[in-house]
Design a binder for this molecule. Sequence first.
Ligand code: FA5
Length: 360
Amino acid sequence: MTIDQLKSQIEEIINRLEGETLIDTNVKSKYLGKKGLFNSLVKEIRNIEGSDKKEAGQLFNQLKETLETKLSNISQTKKVVDIDFTMPAEETKVGHMHPISQAMEEITSIFEKIGFTRSRYPEVDWDWYVFESLNMPPSHPARDEWETFFVDTPEEVSEVSYDASNPRKRHPSLVGGKMVLTTHTSNGQVREMERLKNPPIRMINIARCYRRQQDATHTQMFHQFEGLVIDEGINIQNLKGTLDYFAKEFYGEGTKSRIRPFHFQFTEPSFEVDFSCHICSGTGIKDGDKCKFCKSGWHEVGGAGMVHPNVLKAGGIDPEKYTGFAFGWGVERTYTLKEGLNIDDIRLLYSGDLRFLKQF
Ligand code: FA5
């Protein structure tokens, strides 16, 4: 055989391969098998003239590579073609909203029904909104409770816009001073007063909060929802009525709320808010023993109180004319107390473990 004849035979093999139907299951052995076209052609090498043997060897190598590449493309395409259309379809995996997002939607709609509007404020905010405007001047000991993450701010920002002698004169979009990762949603209080300027205000602010805390009931990132109502004649009864309404809507008809005296710098008077335990119906006793879920009949969920006059002033609202109440609770804490959930470690919510998350 001459080298030219060899070339034309190789061409013929490649042309045949191009025309192969994809469903031919023997296509690979036909070309590369023991008795395949490649091997039968290789045998011809002994008939090639001596000086052309080297070129013939190279041509065989190229042919083998070409056949292998094309056949592997064919076998990949075949996988698609080999589908059995009569097989039942594989179940598509459908995701869903994270349980905390679901809880936030539920909380929002409960408050929207009674005229609250959801607002959103920065989660990295000026110290002014998080502490100072809330009656916690710099170096006030009450700040220690919040276990804050501070953020480095460029010095020029602080210097240009910070006017310690008259905080109200700071540029609203560039307040200056220190910045913090918001430790609570109460930073939305003065921001909402500045946004609306005049009461009535009925805000629900739900956002991420950050504190240097980590155990079964505390995470470094968590969510709070903050309610703020300001108008003429707002009093503690209005606060208590709102808490009772939420307790029934979120936890079910029989749930009661309770407020206990407490201290926050930004409310006066201040309270801690509890909801009755659904396991022991608020009695603290279950099957003759102390209720293991609540131990006392009640679960503490957050704080509340009447807005401090200094906070109203910081928001540009006349405390002689208007009064208001505010509350702030942890979404995770409020949610995990729901009947039937039985989540004793809120860190599970952020573990990313699908076996856990799929249950909600
Ligand atoms: C506050 O944050 C106040 N701003 C609440 C408030 C608002 C009082 C308006 C008065 C008026 P406190 O630090 O107690 O208060 O937090 C409230 C709730 O947030 C707690 O009861 C708890 O449910 C939740 N919480 C606080 N820290 C964490 C944390 N690290 N992880 C999870 N939840 C937390």
